[in-house]
Design a protein around this ligand. Structure first.
Ligand code: 2P0
Length: 330
């Protein structure tokens, strides 16, 4: 029996990964840059056991269906191949997400599973190798291997596409991100389907591919200079460009709903009133507000006037993957 356990935190992209150059091994069309957060994480244990007759996957204690289990099995196969292991595995994942947030993340989930497998099978993979393999589970998972600011280099083949941390001299510790959790009711387009449709049909996608590298260079300069205003402006503009692409897809779609628009307006109003903050959004209607720690209490108080307290969650920069002790089974 080979056991391992790991914890990985989620990350939010400031320069978005949007579009795949290779859907099988997950190579992105553009480099992306994220901030790993402390508030949301996944802890996963894996046990490869000769006596099992199939892989078994539970999430928050609930046995998962065939589709979810197959995704995990395919990912486990990458490790089984590396370690010449033929055993099935029991995978137990717990998502630590504040109640009712609806923020389950494939980034922390697949990254934690990669770490657990690395430990269980004694592979001793470096963080770089772990990032490459996590990428194949879910693109954004490759960034959760590291804490703080992280860049995913798109690369051109399996070996050259991986994430690496950005030396920011502690700038991330001055920052906060406030999540505004909005009503989730809307037909969901998965990020996988959304990216594919955007790449194939959006007339704005070629422009995205010109803009994203410029935004990336500019935001790295802002990070090195610890320039919060530039960091925020580029973050917000880049998110808007990604979402503009979805509106130009055929058929058009959007991840925004009415409450997302209210939240974006609230951020603009706060900014006009002198409280500096910027928003970003991903493949869903929640709005994430980037601000400086020194302003976080004031911004939270202002947002509390418009949103219920349970809709607001504060996060700060988080750490990279952590290997955990397995509890001794009785
Ligand atoms: C990102 N997103 O950079 C972008 C921005 C959503 C919007 O990465 O298909 O779950 O598994 O590689 O990583 C979400 O997509 O997609 C994502 P797959 P993933 O964070």
């Amino acid at each position: 029996m080979y056991k391992g356990k790991a914890r990985a935190h989620t990350n939010i992209a400031l320069i978005k990964y949007w579009g795949k150059a290779d859907e099988t091994i997950i190579l992105p069309k553009n480099n992306s840059l994220s901030l790993t957060l402390d508030a949301f994480y996944t802890e996963t244990s894996v046990c490869f056991d000769k006596s099992l007759t199939a892989d078994r996957f539970t999430l928050d204690g609930v046995l998962q269906d065939e589709k979810a289990t197959q995704k995990v099995s395919k990912f486990l196969d990458l490790f089984r191949q590396k370690a010449n292991c033929t055993s099935f595995a029991k995978v137990e994942s717990i998502n630590h997400v504040p109640t009712a947030a609806g923020l389950a993340s494939s980034a922390s989930g697949l990254c934690a599973l990669a770490g657990a497998c690395n430990q269980a099978l004694g592979l001793g993979l470096s963080q770089k190798e772990l990032s490459k393999i996590a990428r194949k589970g879910s693109g954004s998972a490759c960034r959760s291997v590291y804490g703080g600011f992280v860049e995913w280099e798109k690369g051109y083949d399996d070996d050259s596409s991986y994430a690496a941390p950005i030396d920011s001299a502690g700038f991330e510790d001055e920052l906060a991100m406030i999540f505004i959790v909005v009503n989730q009711k809307q037909k969901k387009v998965s990020s996988r389907d959304g990216m594919k449709s955007t790449v194939e049909t959006s007339g704005f996608y070629p422009v995205w591919l010109q803009e994203a590298p410029k935004d990336l260079q500019a935001i790295k300069q802002a990070i090195y200079a610890k320039d919060f205003t530039k960091l925020g402006q580029i973050t917000e503009a880049n998110a808007l460009k990604m979402h503009a692409c979805t509106l130009a897809a055929v058929p058009p779609f959007t991840y925004w709903n009415a409450e997302s628009m209210l939240a974006m307006d609230a951020v603009r109003d706060l900014r006009e009133s002198g409280l500096e903050c910027y928003f970003t959004m991903d493949a869903g209607p929640n709005v994430k507000v980037l601000c400086q720690k020194k302003d976080e209490a004031a911004i939270f108080a202002e947002l509390s006037k418009q949103f219920r307290n349970e809709q607001l969650i504060i996060a700060h920069a988080g750490v990279g993957i952590e290997y955990l002790e397995m509890e001794v089974s009785k």
